[in-house]
Unconditional design. Structure first.
Length: 367
């Protein structure tokens, strides 16, 4: 193996794959990145055994091909710190990967490429095409509501459901639920679904973050594959059945609160300073077109504010975890937010009046 590549090319590729590299030193080889070179390109691959990412970049000069593995973080840190626009010379010398520029020489230890784990991929009969912007929106509008290390493992991920021309993402931690639907570039051949693990969803979000190209998604029985530009990401899916989210979304007769999102959020921020650190509860009481927000804590401190609003229906006296409300409000792009109440002891439904494809459900706190 002997080749030259510009710093910017390899740094960009290393940044893409680094998120997957296993931080815990359970198996030395998976702290490494697989490096494969042919006449025109460099391919980097990283895995944590649950997921795998590979990306290709263009080399500037080819002497000989081959493959090896080198410590991912050291390689990334070194390349990132080299002078801008530097042409970097990589070549193998025994068990060492030699790295040279005009001003420096470095060498990294390697492990045999044959020891690098091969990620078992399965063929998916169906694939869908989606704009990177739509996929990015789908993830950013819902991923915050995923469970985190919940014993119900099926909550620790994002549920994706593909049907006809739409893809829906749903996340819930059993206290709140976020749902978003967006359109595909073309109709899907069949209905498919899967629960994508938290870490993998974050990686897919990073992958499409700066990408303007269309993205291909393939969901198989036990894995998902996402392709964008010259990068491919594959992950195992979480086993288990995702809750019937349609049953969780309240419906029927409700009272409607229409309020300026920024004023509501700012008021929640101020009042919640004096809420209980453990429960983060804020109490919301409606009376006509006035909204009363209050909070208190075990130290007998309290805060309260009144806001003007537009309200129709039966008045409510209800409490919520303020963090759940604030995360939803920060996700919405609207000036005014609509909150549907179905009683003082039932979940509320928060929607963007200008975007019917987004729905948020929050369970109340018992007060």
């Amino acid at each position: 193996m002997d080749f030259y590549i510009l710093k910017e090319e390899i740094v960009k590729s290393l940044n893409l794959v680094l998120g997957v590299v296993e931080k815990r030193q359970t198996l030395p080889i998976i702290s490494n990145v697989l490096i494969e070179v042919d006449e025109s390109s460099l391919k980097l691959t990283a895995t944590d055994l649950e997921s795998e990412i590979s990306t290709t970049s263009t080399i500037s000069n080819f002497k000989s091909g081959g493959k090896t593995t080198a410590p991912a973080r050291k390689l990334s840190d070194l390349c990132r710190l080299l002078p801008d626009l530097a042409e970097i010379h990589f070549f193998l010398d025994g068990d060492n990967l030699k790295i040279e520029t005009n001003s420096g020489k470095y060498n990294l230890s390697t492990l045999p490429s044959d020891d690098f784990p091969v990620f078992d991929t399965e063929d998916s009969q169906s694939q869908v095409n989606i704009s990177s912007e739509n996929l990015k929106t789908l993830i950013s509008k819902t991923a915050f509501a995923m469970g985190n290390q919940d014993w119900r493992h099926y909550l620790n991920g994002l549920f994706l459901y593909i049907d006809d021309k739409n893809i829906t993402s749903v996340a819930t931690d059993a206290h709140r639920l976020a749902l978003a639907t967006t359109s595909l570039n073309e109709a899907a051949l069949e209905t498919t679904s899967g629960i994508v693990p938290r870490k993998s969803i974050n990686e897919i979000g990073r992958l499409v973050g700066d990408n303007s190209e269309n993205v291909v998604i393939k969901i198989a029985q036990t894995s998902i594959k996402v392709e964008a530009g010259g990068t491919k990401f594959v992950s195992k899916l979480i086993e288990g059945k995702f809750p019937n989210y349609q049953q969780v979304i309240p419906s029927g007769e409700s009272s409607l609160l229409e309020i300026n999102k920024k004023l509501f959020s700012d008021s929640l921020s101020r009042v919640s300073v004096l809420s209980s650190e453990k429960y983060k509860g804020v109490r919301i009481v409606t009376k006509g077109n006035s909204l009363h927000i209050s909070a208190n804590n075990p130290e007998k401190e309290q805060g309260e504010e009144n806001l003007d609003c537009k309200y129709s229906g039966e008045d409510v006296d209800i409490a919520f975890n303020v963090s759940y409300l604030q995360e939803i409000l920060s996700t919405l792009d609207c000036e005014q937010v609509d909150i549907n109440f179905f009683g003082s002891d039932k979940s509320c439904l928060i929607i963007d009046p200008n975007n019917s494809s987004l729905k948020y459900v929050v369970m109340p706190l018992l007060i």
